[in-house]
Write a protein that binds this ligand. Structure first.
Ligand SMILES: [Zn+2]
Length: 77
């Protein structure tokens, strides 16, 4: 993939920090390789990376990998 599905803009490779909810747990992942549209900012992960994201989350939930914990503000909207 080298063009944005949304707007046709150019994509650049960049590592990003993301957070995913898994049930009630929120897991933050740092330095995830992604493709970002230089025009609209849409963010894409290729299939391999998406799979790795799920895999890493599973490892964390099963306490198979050590993690750093952070406090995050929670706002009722
Ligand atoms: Zn775009």
């Amino acid at each position: 993939m080298n063009k944005c599905y949304q707007c046709g803009g150019k994509l650049k490779r960049e590592n990003v920090d993301i957070a995913r909810y898994w049930g009630k747990e929120l897991i933050a992942l740092n330095d995830v390789p992604s493709l970002i549209c230089t025009k609209c900012g849409e963010r894409y992960f290729d299939a391999k990376v998406s799979h790795q994201i799920d895999q890493r989350i599973q490892e964390v939930l099963k306490r198979k990998s050590s993690v750093t914990r952070i406090d995050v503000p929670v706002v009722q909207f």
